[in-house]
Design a protein around this ligand. Structure first.
Ligand SMILES: Nc1ncnc2c1ncn2[C@@H]1O[C@H](COP(=O)(O)OP(=O)(O)OP(=O)(O)O)[C@@H](O)[C@H]1O
Length: 266
């Protein structure tokens, strides 16, 4: 279970870009995070995998508090978090197998990694996962010889090689054509069920969020203003997430209007 409590992130001395954010994800749920550019979606993911340090608040993954970890404990905690990227982040000149095994680098000795002598068990595990996502026959191909969809499958297998406890995906389909995007979303959804893994996906494509995720979290100005099943994402909810002023400010404005109204009437 991932439990985020009162998370605040401020870059430098600027205003907070995440404001007292609370979010709990249990079981194998696939959750999408939607919202306008700048709403704080990527910052949220980066706080979870500690690519950026939260300013305050708590992030607990299966009983381990992630905030405040450093050194070896941080490296160990990071292994529990699989990451899938928009641009795939593969090493082009390496083979698919080498890219996939790089997901295990934190576990291998430097010597084994440098000489690419992967443990037999890890080769078997890699083949199993590659078979599952349909890229086993490309194991010895260079990554730059693959299509976008195939490259993203390599990215997914690399993340799963860590045997993560949660999978984070930052715009995993934004570089793909519509049909391939749907295949990758379906794959993430199926893998969540098969591996009993929660998956958190930042996504701009609301249709894909509706079709392939169990729960949609809508962010605006660093706050979660919508958190429900896709069926509840009405046009009004979309308006609130993507346009106008933040709901909290709107509520404050409404309260101010109401307070001012009697005076205006007189
Ligand atoms: N490294 C940084 N330093 C300073 N400000 C940052 C940094 N990264 C992000 N921001 C700011 O934080 C806010 C949230 O950005 P973030 O990238 O999390 O939003 P987003 O919802 O993921 O946007 P997009 O959909 O465009 O990726 C923005 O105002 C952005 O300018």
């Amino acid at each position: 279970m991932l439990k985020i409590t009162d998370l605040v992130k401020r870059y430098g001395t600027g205003d907070p870009v995440l404001k007292d954010l609370n979010l709990t994800i249990e079981g194998e749920t696939v959750v999408s995070v939607i919202g306008s550019s700048g709403a704080g979606k990527s910052t949220l993911l980066r706080c979870i995998n500690k690519l950026v340090a939260p300013t305050s608040g708590s992030i607990v993954l299966n009983g381990t508090e992630l905030t405040g970890l450093t050194g070896r404990q941080l490296r160990e905690a990071r292994r529990k978090i699989g990451m899938v990227f928009q641009g795939f982040n593969l090493v082009d000149r390496l083979t698919v197998m080498e890219n996939v095994q790089s997901g295990r680098l934190g576990y291998l000795s430097t010597w084994a990694a440098l000489t690419r002598r992967y443990p037999r068990e890890e080769i078997r595990h890699a083949y199993e996962l590659m078979e599952r996502v349909g890229i086993a026959h490309y194991a010895d191909k260079r990554a730059d010889e693959l299509s976008g969809g195939e490259r993203q499958r390599v990215g997914v297998v690399r993340a799963l090689m860590q045997r993560p406890e949660i999978l984070l995906a930052d715009e995993p389909t934004a570089s793909l054509d519509p049909k391939t995007s749907e295949q990758i979303m379906q794959l993430l959804r199926d893998l969540a069920g098969e591996l009993k893994l929660p998956v958190l996906i930042n996504i701009h494509n609301v249709n894909e969020a509706r079709l392939y995720t169990d729960r949609i979290v809508g962010m605006r100005y660093g706050r979660i203003i919508f958190d429900s099943v896709p069926g509840d994402l009405t046009d009004a909810a979309m308006d609130e997430i993507y346009s106008g002023i933040p709901s909290q400010d709107r509520a404050q404005d409404r309260a101010a209007d109401a307070a001012a109204a009697p005076r205006l009437a007189t």
